[in-house]
Write a protein that binds this ligand. Structure first.
Ligand code: AKG
Ligand code: FE2
Length: 293
């Protein structure tokens, strides 16, 4: 059992194909070491202020720092990183559109035991989605090297095809070892968990995840990013944060308005606010299901 590594020249289609096959794949050296250092310098004051988790799952010696769009301009670039978006575009293409699910530094401190092995999509009230219907595409950007010793994420490759609600232990998994600047992509359906940190250093990853835009987001972007900050952000990022409709009408405002109009009343009225790709998919749905009269 091994985890596939792809070079940083891989396309989103390559990454998505590996995700479909194994539920997890590492893309090596996407960021240079100095880029990681710059991101970490921006995050460190926020990590330092974060209290450790209050239960075993979040980790009593692990700090989880959110609201990264507000707090870290460089993390905004990670959220809209072309490889992440290209991968989601393919991997989640069975739905009309996808959105940002959460942004979270996961800093696993020395002595933290291994996290329970789980599927991230259990966050949706443990609903069992149809087998091989993926609802989530996740990234963890390595801000430090990820080693077996310091708590690299533990994964069961291929377990995205397993039955739901199974129990596993650490010995069923392998560590997603990767160098600082690499990214682990994994699906919401793959069984995994944070590793035990047996080292004397903190293992730091930036977890940025995406889900189908007909599902609820785990991190509430409307409240985590104040409107005065939102108004300064690129439209592509705002749409990912949820200022777009999911499917035909989910998330409209007032008189069926495109939510982007509330944040950016200055930009040209974009009608319903769908991207060309979304419009194409909605047209297909309509031609199949809607009354054509
Ligand atoms: O930090 C990690 O390596 C993974 C953590 C995780 O899977 C989770 O918190 O859901
Ligand atoms: Fe997880």
């Amino acid at each position: 059992m091994q985890l596939t590594h792809l070079p940083n020249s891989a396309s989103g289609e390559h990454v998505a194909a590996a995700l479909t096959a194994d539920g997890a794949v590492i893309v090596d050296s996407v960021l240079r070491s100095d880029q990681v250092d710059a991101v970490l310098a921006e995050l460190q004051p926020w990590i330092d202020k974060t209290k450790p988790g209050v239960d075993r799952f979040s980790g009593r010696n692990t700090r989880r720092t959110g609201a990264l769009i507000t707090r870290s301009p460089q993390c905004r670039e990670l959220v809209t990183h072309p490889l992440a978006l290209a991968t989601c575009n393919t991997f989640l293409s069975h739905a009309t559109s996808f959105q940002l699910h959460l942004t979270q530094v996961i800093a696993i401190g020395p002595g933290e035991p291994a996290q329970q092995i789980h599927r991230d999509q259990w966050a949706f009230d443990f609903f069992s989605f149809p087998k091989d219907y993926d609802v989530q595409c996740n990234t963890i950007w390595a801000m430090t090297d990820f080693t077996e010793q310091n708590g690299a994420t533990r994964v069961i490759p291929g377990s995205n095809h397993f039955d739901d609600k199974l129990r596993f232990s650490e010995t069923d998994t392998i560590p997603a070892e990767m160098s600082k600047g690499s990214v682990l992509f994994y699906s919401g359906s793959v069984y995994h968990g944070g590793g035990a940190n047996h080292s004397s250093d903190t293992r730091i990853g930036v977890n940025i995840t995406y889900n189908l835009s007909w599902l609820r987001q785990e991190e509430n972007q409307y409240l985590a990013v104040p409107l005065e900050v939102a108004r300064t952000l690129p439209v592509e990022l705002l749409r990912l944060m949820g200022y777009q409709r999911g499917a035909y009408a989910l998330g409209y405002v007032g008189d069926l308005l495109d939510p982007i109009q509330i944040v950016r009343p200055d930009i040209e009225n974009t009608g319903l606010g769908y991207t060309d790709e979304t419009r194409k998919k909605l047209k297909q749905q309509q031609s199949t299901f809607a009354d054509q009269k």
